[in-house]
Design a protein around this ligand. Structure first.
Ligand SMILES: *Cc1c(COP(=O)(O)O)cnc(C)c1O
Length: 226
């Protein structure tokens, strides 16, 4: 790809990233070699959408990097997810959080989680509606092994990042509202939004975690985003 290696691309991306922004490399479909090149370039956090793919890569790479679940988590995969991941960014129901909490209790682990917001209010999408997040977070604050640390959103997929801005704004409003509510056992520390085409807009709207795939690794052969 233009003679520039993944390692160089990652290093350059990190060099230009504003201070205080955490980069998650969205690594779905990437080979072991590509992922290792990204780590040489400076990647500290790998994001995965599927348990099985993450499991294979964790077995190879280990825990010198951190692992974030960024895809929808099925309840029957929660036990495995709890073993593999350092953060689950996509919790969107009390039921799922309770199952994560129970599996964490079994192995004595605390799991930082983000609440996924369906900011576009799309019927086809996972995530909790912006108007329902406060109630959900209140309930999750009661769980002892799950720690709400912030919010995550995808927003509608479009070619024009300006069209996603309103959905990032909506998510930021919920984030600020929850921060002001000062719910015990809940911290609004991470706001995860923005992908390769939209991360600049996301940062303008307050994101401090961005999840980037294509811009680091190049185009995916088979796109599994949606
Ligand atoms: C694939 C993916 C990304 C990154 O997408 P790119 O457009 O390749 O940067 C971010 N977040 C999630 C949840 C993803 O599945």
């Amino acid at each position: 790809m233009n003679g520039v290696t993944i390692e160089q691309r990652v290093a350059e991306f990190l060099r230009t990233l504003p201070a205080g922004i955490t980069l998650v490399a969205a690594a779905k479909t990437r080979t072991q070699g590509e992922v290792q090149a990204a780590i040489r370039g400076g990647i500290k956090i790998l994001g995965y959408n599927y348990i099985q793919e993450a499991e294979q890569m964790v077995a190879i790479i280990g825990h010198n990097v951190r692992w974030h679940m960024i895809g929808h988590l099925q309840r029957n995969k929660a036990k495995k997810a709890v073993q593999l991941f350092d953060m689950i960014e996509t919790v969107d129901s009390l039921k799922l959080a309770q199952i994560i909490d129970r599996h964490c209790a079994e192995i004595g682990k605390e799991m930082p989680i983000l609440i996924e917001i369906n900011s576009g209010k799309e019927a086809s999408k996972t995530g909790v509606l912006p108007g329902e997040v406060d109630n959900l977070v209140e309930q999750l604050s009661q769980l002892s092994h799950v720690k709400v640390q912030g919010l995550m959103t995808m927003g509608p997929i479009t070619d024009d990042p300006e069209l996603v801005r309103p959905y990032f704004k909506t998510t930021r409003l919920a984030y600020d509202r929850l921060a002001r509510a000062k719910i015990p056992n809940v911290a609004m520390r991470y706001l995860s939004m923005g992908m390769s085409d939209s991360y600049q807009v996301a940062i303008e709207e307050g994101a401090n975690v961005i999840r980037i795939g294509t811009r680091l690794f190049g185009p995916r052969m088979m796109d599994t985003t949606s």
